[in-house]
Design a binder for this molecule. Structure first.
Ligand SMILES: *Cc1c(COP(=O)(O)O)cnc(C)c1O
Length: 458
């Protein structure tokens, strides 16, 4: 008999989780203004808000914490981290930052100016925020396939080369660089193929542009290349990572994702001029160049995390769990962005809550209902997160309206996954009775989803 699948690790330390009553949850929702970001963690049973910084570290990472060097300048842990990043990416220069958006802030302070256009594939919200805050524009060149949630294609995160070329022609000198997000978080944790990265590189070379990878989930992207793209089955994850980064000039990284740590980020680049430009902003914003807002011990743990998470077994365990959730939703007929992504399942709220008008934010409404049902905290990746158009100030209802069920790394078991799927099924079964959503009572100008205040329409 073939042995069944099992996790590539065993558990050494556990943390209790707490259930709540329906009455408690109703009260907490109200106090949180129907925005799950405002809930206390103690009010949550299973937390799928994000896979960012929520993972469990390994025994090797905890051991590395003890060897962290807290020197202000020239920390040994920095050099360990730099050497690991060099080995995995081939990038010579490394600037640590306290998280991914800080890497964006430092790099974009150097490269993005008012009136610029930055083409890419579904810019992440902080990436878009840092572009728009500089009075520049994010140009989305994602393949149209990404919009059709029911279409089963292997690389839905890809850049559409025709759209990219049009943007490069139209905006010419106003394009500081092309940014490719691997995996494409906003489109559903969908991967970008090596072939597509090559096409982007060719266009960049043709128009004399540089390519930045927003690399938060680069290892998961490499896993999908290995398992879905022809010619990669026999390559190691580390070989694939190196081949991907060979097609880029610079990367920003949120280490809270594929770095397997709870906090941290970095910029890495092959270009000395980019490094010199970043140095000017890294020091005042983040700190000296050999720590950049990170503890020595955290850099030590990150070096180990990057090494561990670029191994096949680790990634297979993780992505298998996300796929299990997708499989269960298939059984229940619940529509989500297909195929299952690398870090999350993105439920297609417009196809679930068909009675809720888009002006009443269906995905946010479904997020609230899932919490109400079982204390499970998901995250709206939809019309609230899309913010308003910077020019017209209208809500942007053009894209997908998703509820993201993000799976933390090495935290929940497959039994938790079954609870999540069952809770969602219960909401799905009563979907016809949900006719109204929420309205905004207060919002911030940028990145409003974190702090927005809402109330039920009825
Ligand atoms: C999380 C994330 C960021 C920002 O990183 P933080 O560490 O949260 O600041 C940028 N891009 C992508 C694709 C991300 O997923």
């Amino acid at each position: 008999m073939e042995l069944p699948y099992a996790e590539s690790w065993k558990i050494k330390m556990v943390e209790p989780v707490r259930k709540s009553t329906a009455e408690e949850r109703e009260e907490w929702l109200k106090a949180a203004h129907y925005n799950v970001f405002q809930l206390k963690a103690s009010e949550v049973y299973i937390d799928l808000l994000t896979d960012s910084g929520t993972g469990a570290m390994s025994d090797r990472q905890w051991a590395a914490m003890m060897t962290g060097d807290e020197s202000y300048a020239g920390s040994t842990s920095f050099y360990e981290l730099r050497d690991t990043i060099r080995r995995i990416t081939g990038f010579e220069y490394v600037v640590p930052t306290h998280q991914g958006r800080a890497a964006e802030n430092v790099l974009f302070s150097h490269l993005v100016h008012a009136g610029d256009y930055v083409p890419g594939n579904s810019h992440f919200d902080t990436t878009k925020g840092h572009i728009e805050a500089r009075k520049a524009f994010a140009v989305d060149c994602t393949v149209d396939d990404a919009r059709n949630t029911q279409l089963e294609v292997p690389f839905k995160g890809n850049v559409d080369p025709a759209k990219l070329e049009k943007a490069l022609k139209e905006y010419g000198d106003k394009v500081p660089f092309i940014i490719v997000t691997i995996t494409n978080n906003t489109a559903g944790g969908q991967p970008v193929s090596m072939q597509n990265l090559r096409e982007v590189r060719a266009l960049a070379d043709k128009y004399g542009k540089r390519v930045v990878f927003d690399s938060a989930r680069f290892a998961e992207n490499a896993y999908f290349i290995k398992t879905r793209e022809e010619g990669y089955a026999d390559k190691t994850i580390k070989e694939i990572c190196r081949e991907m980064f060979d097609l880029a000039d610079t990367m920003t990284m949120s280490s809270k994702k594929d770095g397997l740590v709870n906090m941290g980020g970095f910029i890495a680049t092959r270009w000395e001029d980019v490094y010199e430009g970043c140095k000017k902003f890294a020091i005042p914003y983040e700190g000296y160049l050999t720590y950049g807002g990170m503890n020595g011990r955290d850099m030590a743990a990150l070096a180990v995390g990057l090494d561990e998470n670029t191994e096949f077994d680790m990634l297979h365990t993780r992505i298998h769990q996300v796929a299990l959730l997708g499989k269960l939703l298939d059984e229940y007929g619940i529509p989500y962005q297909r195929p299952a992504g690398g870090h999350a399942i993105f439920v297609d709220a417009l196809k679930v809550l068909t009675n809720v008008p888009k002006e009443e934010f269906p995905a946010q409404t479904l997020t609230v209902e899932l919490y109400r049902e079982a204390g499970i905290r998901a995250c709206e990746i939809g019309y609230i997160l899309a913010d308003r158009d910077p020019v017209t100030r209208e809500n942007r209802f053009g894209g997908n309206d998703f509820v993201r069920l993000a799976i933390p790394r090495r935290v929940y078991t497959d039994n938790h996954i079954r609870v999540i799927a069952a809770a969602l099924k219960n909401v799905y079964d009563r979907r016809e009775s949900i006719n109204h959503g929420v309205r905004i009572t207060w919002e911030a100008e940028l990145m409003r989803h974190f702090t927005v205040k809402l109330e039920p329409v009825k």
